[in-house]
Design a protein around this ligand. Structure first.
Ligand SMILES: [Zn+2]
Length: 255
């Protein structure tokens, strides 16, 4: 196997099993949402009938979620073997920086007090995560050196990362779906990964103006605005969610 960061070849046993996203930011005992059933449940009257008959909405949703929509897919969190142990340890440093960002909710008032090197590590942590997502394994990213080289402060390649925080506009029924995904547009390709608080998209073109998102490099500035939620049009997140829904439907048709 080829390590996605250093590019050297290793036996599978020499690769590390890394979490994407990291354990500490929500990747723990992931359940796979059954998207087809989810849409069915929302469209069926079950939820509204149960609420009308006096059950609390929250309880109904929890119940439907636990019993009908989820199967435990990754009891130890979702992992991939895409990095050698050295590179995984190396990226761990970036993940520590990212955890600070995560814990302060990306709030500009906190982040502006971080050292410039920490801010860069936060950025490199997210770029690094995209190396490991299954949808992007064939992609030959031009930011590998930027991630690999701690000293490199500028990235001039073709990829952009934008993010938003999660809210009810991004999460159907408030359920957090932290899957990864890919969508193809006329302009290029969009990848997605997310954690408990943020949704990240990696694009090889400047984002569509109609989708409001924060550029990840903006966290280097003194002031920036973190876009909350994916807005009324659902952003790339809903497009990717939908393409996964159709994929799931096709797969169940094939059975
Ligand atoms: Zn490596």
């Amino acid at each position: 196997m080829i390590c996605r960061l250093c590019g050297k070849s290793f036996l599978i046993s020499e690769m590390s099993e890394e979490h994407y996203p990291a354990h500490s930011v929500g990747n723990d005992d992931i359940v796979k949402l059954d998207l087809v059933k989810m849409i069915d449940s929302i469209q069926s009257s079950e939820i509204s009938n149960r609420v009308k008959s006096g059950e609390k909405l929250e309880n109904v949703i929890d119940d439907v979620f636990d019993n009908q929509l989820s199967e435990t897919l990754y009891p130890r969190g979702r992992t991939a073997r895409t990095l050698c142990r050295n590179c995984n340890t190396f990226l761990g440093k970036y993940d520590e920086a990212y955890l600070k960002f995560f814990n302060s909710d990306g709030d500009p008032r906190s982040i502006k007090g971080f050292q410039p090197i920490t801010k860069l590590q936060i950025i490199k942590s997210i770029f690094g995560k995209f190396l490991s997502i299954p949808e992007a394994l064939e992609e030959d990213f031009d930011f590998v050196n930027f991630v690999k080289d701690e000293e490199q402060t500028e990235y001039t390649g073709i990829w952009n990362i934008y993010f938003v925080t999660r809210d009810f506009s991004s999460d159907i029924l408030g359920l957090k779906d932290i899957g990864t995904g890919k969508a193809v547009f006329e302009e290029g390709v969009v990848y997605e990964l997310s954690d408990d608080k943020f949704i990240y998209n990696l694009l090889n073109f400047p984002k569509h103006p109609c989708f409001e998102m924060t550029n990840l490099f903006d966290i280097l500035k003194k002031n920036y605005i973190v876009v909350k939620g994916t807005g009324a049009n659902g952003g790339y997140h809903s497009q990717i969610l939908l393409s996964r829904l159709f994929q799931t439907m096709n797969e169940s048709d094939d059975k």
